[in-house]
Design a protein around this ligand. Structure first.
Ligand code: PMV
Length: 306
């Protein structure tokens, strides 16, 4: 049997606009997906998970099949089984589907003795995301493979960002499930209806991302907080926030968060709040009071999938 683990993520700045080629900042977090690959007597590829739905497992089956076929198609006749155990909430904006796909690809490659390059794992992960939501930027599988904090630009070079001071984040899950694909399509409709407005929002996000990178490198968390707030305003502008998410975003700010925003596709899922050192507990409890279904104090993971 071969085992692999891959982290989930939060997007600090730039989600949705990254689908249109803009840069975004993303961080790996200590919520993880585990995959265990083994050979079985039952021919075919079998993917099991008690938590992930059959619909979400289908793309993983397809990319694992691609991987096996690239090695030796006869292995499929022998039978391969991948069992998944994920601690990342599903459909919540925390990169669960990418982490599950990356862990499954890596576990399978270890079982077959393949030495895949990081970019090969990312590209199979992106294929799985394409099946799930049509138009992925590739940010989720990339962070799951590389870990740390990254400046990501579709088709561009990724850059590692080293924070001068720890970035303390509180994540609150609204409990509302939504589909990334639906949210990405809705933003697409808005973008084609108001192309001139959307292009200005894009260039604003580009500026915010640039400033956020500087703030992280310089350890200026007050500045970073302000940028997260502005980014949230833009996410509201493109229609991916709602009253439940706004309630959490403002509860965090009222409890002293330096900044708070929707993270990921929105429409439900999670918000993140940036805390001053030792203030995360207070923010976390006010998020529970404001109706969050679950609250996590996120630790940024330096390493990606292993
Ligand atoms: O699936 P989520 O909620 O982690 O969102 C991914 C981020 C998006 O920018 C909305 C989509 C993408 O592929 O970049």
């Amino acid at each position: 049997m071969a085992e692999a683990v891959a982290p989930g993520k939060v997007i600090l700045c730039g989600e949705h606009f990254v689908v249109y080629g803009e840069p975004a900042i993303v961080a790996a977090i200590d919520l993880k997906a585990y995959a265990y690959a083994s050979l079985t007597d039952e021919p075919g590829i079998h993917i099991y998970s008690s938590k992930v739905s059959e619909d979400a497992l289908q793309p993983i089956r397809e990319v694992v099949k691609l991987l096996v076929e690239s090695k030796d198609a006869r292995l499929i006749d022998k039978g391969l089984m991948v069992s998944i155990n994920s601690g990342i909430p599903i459909s919540a904006g925390l990169g669960s589907s990418a982490a599950v796909a990356v862990a499954s690809i890596l576990a399978t490659s270890k079982l077959l003795g393949l030495k895949l390059k990081k970019r090969e794992i990312v590209s199979l992960g992106v294929k799985a995301e394409e099946i799930i939501h049509g138009r992925p930027s590739g940010i989720d599988p990339t962070i799951s493979v590389y870990g740390g904090i990254l400046l990501f630009k579709p088709g561009g070079k990724i850059r590692r960002i080293k924070p001068a001071k720890p970035v303390e984040l509180v994540i609150a899950d609204s409990g509302l499930k939504r589909s990334t694909g639906v949210m990405v399509r809705r933003v697409g409709e808005l973008a084609s209806r108001y192309p001139d407005v959307f292009s200005r929002l894009r260039s604003t996000v580009r500026m915010l991302v640039r400033r956020a990178v500087e703030a992280i490198i310089e350890g200026d968390i007050e500045e970073l907080g302000g940028i997260l707030n502005m980014n949230h305003g833009l996410l509201s502008a493109i229609g991916v926030s709602n009253s439940r998410l706004e309630k959490l975003v403002y509860a965090a700010r009222e409890a002293g968060a330096l900044g708070s925003k929707v993270t990921g596709a929105g429409g439900g899922g999670c918000i993140i709040a940036l805390a001053r050192p030792r203030e995360s507990d207070r923010i976390a409890s006010s998020l529970v009071d404001a109706g969050a279904e679950a609250v996590y104090k996120a630790r940024i993971l330096e390493v990606g999938a292993m």
